[in-house]
Ligand binder design. Structure first.
Ligand code: PLP
Length: 234
């Protein structure tokens, strides 16, 4: 078995074990394999091993890699998990099945426009900046309820759930707990939380989607925006 397939099998069984240990329904947690910076021929073994949900951070990179992969695997589902610039909304709506990083009115407006225009409607998650970190995307927890109402009422966008990336220096569980609270009081079902280093506590606290990259594909060469923490343009 190639290493990627082995890693994938190990992660799948760790997810299944966490579901059992924490009293979650079997299959309640979906694995989003994060393939950013991984070339197409590195993604192939994961597809061949049956993985179908993939997460990418960059619209341009995804547009270059995925159309050809999807021709071979039409049931692959593509998730945008990185920050999205409003001027890339059109390309994002045409490319992605799920967008995890909706976090501001200007982007909601552009997405609504593209969804109207094309009839294509990716599922949308609102990113919450649970640590209120200035350099990170996401709405502040204090503004989440108002933003969720605005998405529904002002932009006509159905929101399926929430996403967060806890500050790297914090224990993640309080952030996962907070995200769960905001989802519950807003009647939202999906919780995208937990990465290679912290997916087990995320599953304990209700994650429906875990986003796992390095534990499947190995270490990535650091990109500038990961070392300084994803600065987004307005
Ligand atoms: C890169 C990335 C991941 C995957 O992180 P790993 O630590 O490699 O598992 C998950 N979520 C987001 C938003 C990311 O940018």
């Amino acid at each position: 078995m190639p290493e990627t397939a082995q890693n994938l099998a190990a992660i799948r069984s760790a997810i299944a074990r966490a579901e059992r240990d924490f009293g979650r329904e079997p299959g309640a947690v979906q694995l989003v394999a994060v393939s950013k910076t991984v070339p197409a021929d590195g993604i192939l073994p994961a597809l061949q091993a049956g993985q179908r949900l993939f997460g990418e951070n960059y619209v341009q990179e995804s547009a270059a890699k995925w159309p050809a992969l999807r021709e071979r695997f039409p049931d692959a589902e593509l998730h945008l998990i990185g920050p999205l610039q409003s001027n890339k909304a059109r390309e994002a709506v045409s490319l992605f099945d799920v967008i995890h990083s909706l976090d501001r009115p200007s982007l909601a407006k552009e997405l609504a426009k593209e969804i109207d225009r094309t009839g294509r409607a990716p599922r949308l998650l609102v990113q919450v900046n649970t640590g209120d970190e200035p350099q990170k995307g996401g709405v502040s927890p204090a503004e989440a309820d108002a933003f969720l109402s605005a998405c529904r009422d002002s932009y006509g966008l159905p929101i399926a759930g929430l996403m967060c990336i806890p500050p790297s220096e914090d224990l993640p569980s309080p952030h996962f707990g907070l995200l769960g609270q905001i989802a519950r009081r807003n009647g939202l079902e999906l919780l995208s939380m937990g990465m290679s280093g912290d997916f087990e506590p995320a599953i304990q606290l209700g994650a429906t989607h875990v986003r796992i990259g390095t534990a499947i594909f190995g270490a990535r060469a650091p990109k500038a925006d990961e070392t300084r923490g994803a600065i987004r343009s307005p």
